[in-house]
Design a binder for this molecule. Structure first.
Ligand code: ZN
Length: 74
């Protein structure tokens, strides 16, 4: 799918939506912290998205921690 010019790319995670994206990509508006989709979103809205994304990340970590706990009673 992708061409061979990807050696310089590093996968990034968008701060606002959590999507994984490559940066920098020629002709792509994505920045270091935001994917091309979220770059098009107004800053105020993006702030809210970042806040929500942070909460989701925290919840995911919490869920993972709970899942790692050995099941079973005393
Ligand atoms: Zn995004």
């Amino acid at each position: 799918m992708t061409n061979s010019l990807t050696s310089n790319l590093r996968p990034r995670t968008c701060r606002a939506c959590g999507k994984k994206f490559d940066y920098p990509v020629k002709g792509n508006a994505a920045t270091r912290h935001h994917c091309a989709d979220c770059v098009a979103v107004p800053v105020e809205t993006r702030k809210i998205m970042e806040r929500l994304n942070n909460r989701i990340t925290q919840l995911e970590n919490q869920l993972r921690r709970l899942q790692q706990k050995p099941a079973g009673g005393p």
